[in-house]
Ligand binder design. Structure first.
Ligand code: TXA
Ligand code: MG
Length: 344
């Protein structure tokens, strides 16, 4: 299959209409959201949804998010709405927050991997919203990467993974946030954070009072909260060495690492650039350690670039916790298969 590139950057109208028409016919179109590119299909059409699993090589045990452009779908897709749902949706939608609620019988079991709950999100990207409106049905969309690759933040990333496997990519330029949506489960008395992401824990706590943070989000020996949150996830091909510790010790550890055979690529903060000079490493600049929004926007592209440079290994440091830093550290930890090195 030839994958068409539908350029919506300068003149969105024809590209949007073609993308919507492919989706309405049951095809697969990758499209930009404010977080990452999603791989869309008609969400209530089992045959279309099945194509998503085939194209990505995604196991059927990993449920999909349904994307909506209109609040009225909440009532249709949820068997019942937990008391806080409408308030949370009013506060954070459209935006990078996914809500897990009890599923209604309209949602195919294939979408939810047989679970009794469904994940719903209203993205804020204007192209995503308009595309979903034109399809006039919820759009199922996982991140548009091959299973276990970093999520795509540009149309080129999508094509690198899924070119030849999907009908089209709607190119809306690079995505804004760069990391996936935050997922919360609203079914219990207190909401449970299943995946840190574009909406920060602080913003959730301010709106909801308190939020449960499962042990599994900070400790990899615990069972996973969201089924797709495997530890080795968001992974480049190269082995990732994730460091946490004082500047001098981390740089020394990277120097030792660079003596191993094969190219070492460092994903570096601006603050670390001087100390890395003179080491036998390639450097990809992520941005300032003090600017988590910028780092979020560059992380996935940097992991892919490191692979393209032929990295045998990738070295990177944890970022400061809090705000988007928590989501960044979560993705870094998964890219590093859960292992954090603490040089003394
Ligand atoms: O930002 C995002 O959320 C992007 C864009 C495209 O919207 N989508 C995305 O989808 O990241 P995906 O499929 O790559 O990740 C969705 C996660 C998976 O880990 C999945 O297991 C979890 O959501 N999930 C889906 N339905 C769930 C449910 N009913 N209960 C718990 N977790 C669920
Ligand atoms: Mg994904």
């Amino acid at each position: 299959m030839e994958t068409r590139l539908l350029d919506a950057r300068t003149d969105p109208e024809p590209a949007l209409e073609e993308a919507a028409s492919i989706l309405r016919r049951g095809g697969l179109v990758a499209f930009p959201t404010e977080t990452v590119y999603g791989l869309g299909a008609r969400g209530l059409d089992v045959a279309a949804v099945e194509r998503i699993f085939q194209a990505k090589g995604r196991p059927h045990t990993d449920p999909l998010i349904l994307h909506v452009a209109d609040l009225r779908w909440l009532q249709e897709l949820a068997r019942e709405l937990p008391p806080t749902t409408l308030e949370v949706a009013a506060r954070f939608w459209p935006g990078p927050l996914t809500l897990v609620v009890p599923k209604s019988s309209r949602v195919p079991d294939l979408v939810t991997a047989g679970k009794d709950s469904v994940a719903l999100r209203m993205p804020s990207h204007p192209l995503a919203l308009e595309l979903i409106r034109r399809v006039a049905e919820p759009v199922a969309a996982p991140s548009a990467n091959l299973f276990s690759r970093p999520s795509p933040t540009t149309a080129a990333h999508v094509l690198a993974d899924l070119g030849g496997r999907i009908d089209a990519v709607l190119d809306g330029g690079p995505t804004e946030v760069g990391l996936e949506s935050t997922i919360i489960d609203l079914r219990g008395r207190v909401p449970v954070l299943l995946r840190p992401g574009g909406v920060t824990r602080e913003a959730l706590e301010e709106a909801l009072g308190s939020v449960v943070i499962p042990e599994s989000l900070v400790d990899d020996t615990q069972p996973q909260a969201a089924p797709g949150q495997l530890t080795r996830h968001y992974s480049p091909h190269a082995e990732v060495f994730l460091y946490d510790g004082p500047d001098a010790q981390v740089v020394e550890a990277i120097r030792q690492l660079s003596e191993e055979p094969g190219p070492t690529v460092v994903l570096a903060f601006s603050e670390d650039l001087p100390a890395l000079q003179g080491l036998a490493v390639s450097v990809i600049h992520l941005g300032s350690r003090a600017d988590p929004e910028h780092l979020a926007g560059s992380l996935y592209a940097a992991l892919r670039d490191a692979d393209d440079l032929g990295a045998a290994r990738i070295a990177v440091r944890t970022v400061l916790p809090g705000g988007l830093g928590d989501a960044l550290n979560d993705r870094l930890r998964r890219a590093a298969s859960g292992r954090i090195l603490r040089p003394q």
